[in-house]
Structure formats: C-alpha cells, structure tokens
Ligand binder design. Structure first.
Ligand code: NDP
Ligand code: 8X3
Length: 250
C-alpha cells in the first residue's frame, strides 16, 4: 500500500523539494501552507505523479490546524509520515533590540505550530503503532549565535521536542527524526530580513550553500531505512560551513 506524507511548509524551499522527491517515489501527499496559489500550482504539477491534496492553514492558529486536519477526506486520514517543516526566522538583532512581534511569530510558528500539528496527527499513529515524524530543526537548535537569540531558542525547543517525541513514541513503534541543516538557500533569509532581497542574497554569496533538494534527499533517505532503523538526529552543513558562524566564504 502506498504511504501518505503530510508536509507543512510545502509552498517553498525544503518542504517543496521534499514534496517533489516524495511524489517521484510514489508517496501520496498532503501539502500544507498559507499561500493557496502556490499550493495549487504544486498540486497541479505533482498530481501527474501521485495523489495530492492541499490544506491551506496557519500552523500557529490552533483552530485552523484542527479544522484543516479534521477536513481530510477518509482516504487521506491515515498519515504515515509527518514532516514538521514549516518555520522561519523573523529578524536578526540583539535581544535588547528585538521586536516582540518577531518573537511571538517565531515561538508561535516554530514551536507551538509544530506541537499543534503533531498533536492532531499523532493519535492515528499511536492507534496503529506505526508512523514516522521528521522534525526540521536547524544548526540553531544546537548552537546559539550572535543575534540569533529567539530563533535559536525556538529551534532548541524543536530539538527538545524531538527527543521528547522519541521518548514518548518509541514504545508505540513510531520513528522520530530531527534534521538540523546549516545554511540552505531558500526564501528563509528573505523572510528573516523582511523582504530585503539584497541582504538575503548576501547570506549565500561566496560559497556553495546547501540547496533545498539536498535536504529533501536526506529526508527521503531517512524515511526509507528499514523499519527497525531510526536515524534520530542529523546535522548537515555545506562543505564550506563548519559551525553556525564559521563559513569559508571566498
Ligand atoms: P522557506 O521560507 O523557503 O519556507 C518556509 C515554509 O514554511 C513555507 O512553505 C511557508 O509557507 C511555511 N510557513 C511559514 N510560516 C508558516 C505558518 N505560520 N503556517 C504555515 N506555514 C508556514 O524556508 P526553508 O525551506 O528554508 O525553511 C523550512 C524549515 O527549515 C524551517 O523550519 C526553517 O527554520 C528550517 N531551516 C532552514 C534553514 C535555511 O538556512 N534555509 C536552515 C536550517 C533550518 P507559507 O508562507 O505559504 O505559509
Ligand atoms: C537556519 C540556519 O544558521 O541561519 O536555521 O540559523 S541559520
């Protein structure tokens, strides 16, 4: 029987690339995000390869999450693979100069959003004693770098929740994995710098950054190991990066 994956943040970057590799490998897809036009476009291109449905909701809005997941048609209610990927950084400044709305957004989306989606999907996994949850953390989940403060805190929380899921769910035969990328060239920096394209582009200049497809490929590797194998935690850098702050820029 074909597996079904539920991917948050499928409209861009890592989530979109994951949807594409999953579709090529015959995995049925529930694609989520707030931008309906992008969800539609992705559905139109991937439905040639696999069954695809889309859910437009904001992960940080509790009732939206529940209503969207409850609305899944009967033949899409069994989720075999949950990819908790939706997330972003908002701003890059010292704590004393931080913007409270940015802090709320990062904590609400990266932490509470991941929890709301997981809480809605886990019960059908524990009931079946089967499932896979992949949490997209970050090198910011492992290190705190200058001006990263609240984003790093939100990703440290993802790291903690990944461990908590392992502890709580392994007895239900559910696999849980976290992938922690260094810099990946996506829309991430455009969001962090609030649409300042030039500032965002600078982040990826002077070296070959990871691409969304590199992470998608690793996610696909992780979910296709034999069922008794659980890769719990992976840090992935480009060859040019050695820590959150050490980059071999030319
Ligand atoms: P992108 O900005 O390209 O993609 C972010 C995705 O998250 C979009 O699809 C966006 O969809 C979705 N999203 C954001 N906020 C919400 C929300 N409130 N509700 C629902 N969906 C939301 O960035 P990446 O692909 O790079 O980021 C994916 C994940 O990888 C994030 O968790 C990020 O923290 C993490 N990461 C990124 C790294 C990088 O350097 N790029 C490195 C390490 C980790 P929409 O706007 O349509 O809602
Ligand atoms: C994204 C990578 O180093 O900008 O999580 O925090 S970094």
């Amino acid at each position: 029987m074909k597996q079904t994956a539920f991917i948050t943040g499928a409209t861009s970057g890592i989530g979109k690339a994951t949807a594409e590799i999953f579709a090529k490998n015959n995995i049925r897809l529930v694609l989520c995000g707030r931008r309906a036009d992008r969800l539609k476009a992705l559905q139109t291109s991937l439905c040639k390869l696999t069954d695809v449905i889309t859910l437009e909701f904001d992960v940080s809005k509790r009732t939206e999450v529940k209503t969207a997941i409850d609305s899944l048609p009967e033949n899409f209610k069994q989720i075999d693979i949950l990819i908790n990927n939706a997330g972003n950084a908002h701003g890059l400044s010292t704590l004393q100069d931080g913007d409270l709305d940015d802090w709320d957004a990062m904590i609400d989306i990266n932490v509470k959003g991941l929890l709301y989606v997981s809480k809605a999907i886990i019960p059908q996994m524990t009931e079946r004693n089967k499932g896979f949850i992949v949490n997209i953390g970050s090198i910011a989940a492992k290190e705190v770098y200058p001006n990263g403060n609240v984003y790093c805190a939100s990703k440290h929380a993802v790291n903690a929740l990944n461990k908590a899921m392992r502890i709580d769910l392994h007895k239900h035969n559910i696999r849980v994995a976290a992938i922690h990328p260094g810099a990946v060239e996506t829309e991430f920096s455009e969001v962090r710098f609030k649409g300042d394209i030039e500032k965002a582009a600078n982040v990826y200049k002077g070296y070959k950054a990871l691409q969304a497809e590199d992470i998608a490929d690793i996610i696909h590797f992780v979910i296709t190991r034999p069922y008794h194998v659980n890769i719990e935690d992976l840090v992935v850098y480009s060859t040019a990066q050695a820590s959150a702050t050490i980059l071999n820029k030319q």
